[in-house]
Design a protein around this ligand. Structure first.
Ligand SMILES: [Mn+2]
Length: 252
């Protein structure tokens, strides 16, 4: 493992060319260009794509540039890991076989520079996620995945787009709800600290957060939709960084 380690999550790349999407991609590709010269390790902690499906013969064209950047990073000598998110958990052997990117379907317990990291996308951990946990089991069944794979990709992506835009619950959260969620994910992290993890890295909640307790740190990575945030570990310290200036209207 390289000593410089970067973490990003929740980029939610979409298959269109809106101004918002163009800005997001510009920032993301600038970030990729910067890190590829650093012989680093990059962890993508879920939801790089707003939807990903792996076909036997087809690669979704609108993700081509992003895939090319990832491949360039790998070719430059960096290690790239993807922990799947709830929007892109249908990732398979395309990534390791064709791109040299390692895929993790489950949270990762890993040692980096003698520190114990727990890295998870973070979906399904809230008390209110009970129904979601059942649905996830159903959606990830082999049978359903196989059926979905038989749809024409244009149709499959159109369906996924509809479902995904309907499930964007974090855009309608009140400050009170945000506070409750933040408290719950911090509680979750404290339980992981008790198990011996020193650093917890999580995405999914789109809430840039740093919480430290007895020298252990929990990071929520924020996102690349509003915050353009990333985690950075230099071998000694873990920090939450903003690729662009911190937005003025944020209290976080
Ligand atoms: Mn997510």
């Amino acid at each position: 493992m390289n000593s410089k380690v970067y973490f990003i999550s929740d980029i939610h790349l979409q298959p269109d060319n809106t101004e918002e999407e163009e800005i997001k991609k510009r920032y993301l590709f600038e970030f990729f260009e910067k890190i590829q010269g650093e012989k680093c390790t990059l962890f993508i902690v879920g939801d790089l794509f707003d939807f990903w499906f792996e076909y036997k013969h087809v690669i979704p064209r609108h993700y081509f540039k992003t895939l090319r950047y990832l491949q360039k990073i790998v070719e430059a000598g960096c290690e790239v890991h993807i922990i799947v998110g709830n929007h892109d958990y249908w990732m398979g052997d395309f990534f390791p076989d064709e791109m040299g990117v390692q895929i993790h379907q489950y949270p990762l317990n890993i040692e980096i520079s003698k520190k114990r990291f727990f890295i998870t996308h973070g979906d399904g951990i809230l008390k209110e996620d009970k129904g979601y946990r059942i649905m996830k089991k159903f959606l990830s069944s082999k049978f359903l995945t196989h059926l979905f794979g038989l749809l024409h990709p244009d149709l499959a992506f159109a369906i996924a787009r509809k479902i995904s835009s309907g499930s964007r619950s974090y855009t309608s959260r009140t400050p009170k709800m945000e506070m409750a969620i933040r408290n719950e994910i911090i509680e979750y992290s404290r339980a992981r600290f008790k198990e011996g993890s020193q650093y917890i890295i999580m995405g999914h909640y789109h809430m840039p957060t740093v919480y430290t307790e007895n020298g252990n740190t929990f990071l929520n990575l924020g996102d690349w939709m509003n915050y353009f945030t990333f985690g950075y570990f230099d071998g000694k310290e873990l920090s939450l960084c903003y690729w662009k200036q911190k937005p003025r209207n944020t209290l976080l």
